[in-house]
Design a binder for this molecule. Structure first.
Ligand code: KMH
Ligand code: ZN
Length: 277
């Protein structure tokens, strides 16, 4: 039996849905994203998951906004950068793939890939099979490994089809996104099903929404998995108390993971554990 590996903590800093009205601590500019990433690295995160925003705060997948944010992050610290290809509901595949046009020193370390359509609150996060294949091909062409975003269980099955078609490699890395209204709920049964349903040798992270975020860090810690926390998915550090940034949620995640006996992965350890190039 090999020892439980250190936990990879991903900080989801920005997202596409949270606004400055929801929380004044949301980073919007490249500099703010860079500063927040550095605080999260200091707190123990090995990776950031980023979206970008226009100057007015609206969501964007613009290549140059991503370039600027990635440069501000890498200027300050060695944290791994995972860029969203989900963007915001209603964006085209081409628009969503803005960050996949970055090469050389600006290339991200990883990119997300959602493998199915899901109701997303009152809206629809539209991922028909041709679109999923298009984005998978672009991630592969850039030489990146995707994080398979599973908002529902069938998205694990769809990843298997992508592997058969040569569009992703197995074992892969999965993110179980639990608690989006319209998707799979944040329930321990869902986590236990998914973690045993993914192909052997795969790695997983759990991103639970809202008040479920921090309790699911403990569940993931007990099960040898990894965790995603941050303002994209949850803005409160405790009931009614806004987190002063994703870094406070990382601090809390580290505390809870350590209390369960887990070490925390450095970016270099995360690179090895998640098999990133
Ligand atoms: N904003 C959601 C519609 C991702 O980053 O890959 C999609 C999302 C997933 O956030
Ligand atoms: Zn996202």
């Amino acid at each position: 039996m090999s020892a439980t590996p250190p936990m990879v903590i991903t900080a989801a800093l920005v997202g596409a849905e949270v606004t400055r009205k929801d929380t004044p601590y949301l980073p919007i500019t490249a500099e703010e994203i860079g500063e927040e990433a550095a605080r999260c690295r200091e707190a123990g995160a090995a990776m950031v998951h980023i979206h970008v925003r226009n100057p007015d705060g609206t969501p964007s997948q613009d290549t140059e906004l991503f370039r600027a944010a990635i440069r501000e992050i890498r200027k300050r610290c060695d944290i791994l950068v995972q860029t969203s290809t989900g963007g915001a509901v209603g964006m085209s595949a081409d628009e969503r793939c803005g960050p996949l046009r970055l090469t050389g020193g600006d290339r991200p370390d990883m990119a997300t890939l959602t493998t199915g359509t899901v109701n997303f609150g009152e809206e629809v996060f539209w991922n028909p099979r041709p679109l999923v294949r298009d984005i998978a091909e672009r991630i592969r062409a850039l030489g990146l490994r995707p994080e398979i975003e599973c908002f529902d269980a069938g998205m694990v099955d769809e990843a298997n089809y992508l592997a058969k078609e040569g569009l992703i490699d197995l074992p892969a890395h999965y993110d179980f996104v639990l608690g989006v209204p319209g998707g799979l709920a944040a329930r321990v049964e869902a986590l236990d099903f998914l973690r045993t349903y993914i192909p052997p040798g795969s790695t997983w992270t759990c991103a639970a929404m809202g008040r479920h975020q921090l309790p699911f860090v403990e569940l993931a810690a007990e099960r040898g998995g990894n965790s995603r926390v941050g303002l994209e998915d949850n803005i409160y550090v405790s009931k009614g108390v806004l987190a002063k940034g994703s870094f406070e949620l990382v601090q809390e995640a580290v505390k809870r993971a350590k209390a369960k006996g887990r070490e925390i992965a450095t970016p270099q350890q995360a690179r090895e554990l998640l098999r990133l190039t």
